[in-house]
Design a protein around this ligand. Structure first.
Ligand code: RET
Length: 265
């Protein structure tokens, strides 16, 4: 993305929000780690996966922040880009986080045995394919330094293919939450568990919205697209990883208490 100039406030907003992002991941990491023993052993893998997700996002957002600062230079009161900032690293981070986020709910939903393996396989397969196809697509994003006419077609085609896998994920997640709600229906917190469904739909859909920002706001990438993409990705990261993890942890801790599980001494 070359030829982009940002106002000082735009540059700072992104810098601040990326910093907020990795600070939240650090806080989440500690929270998921320190609360693990409040859970019955059968739920602990959900915490462990939240810890893995937080640490990988912490490192990624830290790297994004450094790369953001390196990519811009203050010239005559505006920030000028040297074209080296991209979102490619994020996609590779999602390769780790997406399968983990999808798998962790299976533990809290009390899904086990053959059904667990089937859901795990579907989640991992659809998750990986959604990300890899989206990753290919972002190389054709309008506004990149190496953009050539016609690339927008490939950007759309790969985006649509990725969306097909995303729809499969949504369908599978809906089944998992409905099944989980039945399994824990006697718990007082079943309402919180059910609320994960709309929460998941909304927070995960922020990612494809960020992907199509260049199409929503003009053909080329302008400063609004660059800034809003980073803001959207950070909101999505915090809500789909940390807030989602807190919801799952709250439910599993409550289920553990309801089952009279006492923290191991
Ligand atoms: C892409 C490409 C365009 C089409 C769609 C996409 C969906 C991305 C999603 C990403 C979720 C990421 C998460 C990361 C957590 O670490 C790849 C942007 C549908 C849903 C939850």
């Amino acid at each position: 993305m070359s030829d982009i100039t940002l106002q000082i406030w735009e540059f700072e907003l992104v810098s601040h929000i990326l910093t907020l992002g990795y600070a939240v991941m650090a806080a989440g990491l500690l929270y998921f780690w320190l609360t693990i023993r409040q859970n019955h052993p059968k739920f602990r893998m959900s915490n462990i996966l939240s810890v893995v997700v937080s640490i990988s996002a912490l490192l990624l957002l830290y790297a994004q922040q450094i790369s953001w600062v390196d990519a811009y230079e203050l010239v005559n009161g505006v920030y000028v880009s040297n074209g080296t900032f991209s979102n490619g690293f994020r996609y590779l981070n999602w390769l780790i986080d997406v399968p983990n986020l999808l798998t962790q709910i299976l533990f809290v939903a009390l899904i086990s045995g053959k059904a667990f393996r089937k859901y795990w396989y579907d989640f991992t397969l659809y998750g990986m394919l959604m990300i890899v196809t989206g990753y290919i697509g972002q190389f054709y994003e309008p506004g990149r330094t190496d953009f050539v006419a016609g690339n927008e077609l490939w950007w759309i085609v790969w985006g649509v293919i990725s969306t097909v896998f995303y729809v499969f994920i949504l369908i599978t997640m809906t089944k998992v939450i409905d099944e989980g709600a039945k399994n824990i229906k006697s718990s007082k917190l079943v309402g919180v568990f059910k609320f994960i469904k709309p929460w998941f739909y909304i927070t995960w859909t922020i990612y494809p919205i960020a992907y199509i920002m260049p199409a929503l706001f003009g053909v080329g990438i302008d400063s609004f697209v660059v800034v809003s993409q980073q803001v959207l990705y950070t909101i999505a990261d915090v809500t789909s990883k940390v807030v989602y993890g807190i919801m799952l942890n709250t439910v599993s801790t409550f289920l553990s208490t309801e089952a009279k599980f006492e923290e191991a001494a």
